[in-house]
Design a protein around this ligand. Structure first.
Ligand SMILES: [Zn+2]
Length: 246
């Protein structure tokens, strides 16, 4: 009794530190973005090379289409990620600047505001004020950023890193259908690509479901069906165009 009561009352441990928590969330976000980028690379490049093979059996034409698709997709992902993370970063930095100014110009109001947040979370007023004072003394901006804005000032995402990461993950995903389609023999390349893509989408679907704490079964199925559908559509389009033009 005493021991468990004590351990309940003294919740110290490696999992209690805010920086660790923030760092973990950030790593999970990066991992999620990487898995989604790879998934995009797999599906879009598989669609391109399957569409091309529907239109032509010319191996170099299929390869050119696949490589162009890979490059365009990676650039597009990188640019999109750069723009979106830059916007997020700008707004986070602006909010932090505003908070910093408020802390300098009206510290009393800011202290009351911070205490109010902890009252809202269930602390009584006296304790909330004590907590707010202690946090303000230690790191006023960090405390306000975390409680009011949900931002860790030491952990603002870099647009350049995000852009490179999504380009890299897209490229890794894209290489799978590109290599199976261009390296395998004519007799098996379509089915080998379809099988490799389905297997890879099972993995990305499983990992992204687990990262989001969802049950993997349906996520895996949806992901595979989506990829197969994309390949079926582009193969049909490629075949129709190939017949028209060829
Ligand atoms: Zn504030």
């Amino acid at each position: 009794m005493t021991a468990s009561g004590l351990s309940d009352a003294v919740p110290l441990g490696p999992h209690d530190g805010e920086p660790h928590q923030a760092g973990l969330n950030n790593r999970l976000n990066w991992l999620r973005a990487a898995v989604l980028g790879a998934n995009d690379g797999i599906v879009s490049t598989a669609g391109i090379v399957i569409g091309a093979v529907g239109a032509t059996s010319d191996r170099s034409a299929i390869m050119i289409a696949g490589v162009a698709g890979l490059a365009a997709g990676a650039m597009s992902m990188g640019a999109g990620e750069y723009v979106s993370v830059s916007t997020q970063r700008d707004s986070e930095l602006a909010l932090l600047a505003k908070e910093r100014r408020e802390l300098r110009e009206e510290p009393e109001e800011e202290l009351a505001e911070l205490a109010g947040i902890y009252v809202g979370k269930g602390l009584d007023e006296e304790l909330a004020l004590e907590v707010a004072k202690a946090l303000t003394a230690k790191d006023a901006l960090g405390a306000h950023a975390e409680a009011e804005l949900g931002i860790d000032p030491d952990d603002i995402s870099s647009p350049v890193h995000a852009a490179w990461a999504s380009m890299l993950s897209f490229t890794i995903g894209a290489l799978l259908p590109l290599l199976t389609m261009t390296l395998a023999s004519d007799a098996i390349r379509i089915w080998l690509t379809v099988a490799a893509v389905a297997a890879a989408l099972a993995v990305t679907g499983f990992v992204s479901a687990r990262l989001g704490y969802a049950r993997p079964g349906r996520a895996v199925l949806r992901n595979i069906v989506g990829g197969l559908f994309a390949m079926a559509v582009t193969y049909a389009i490629g075949s129709a165009l190939g017949t028209q033009i060829g």
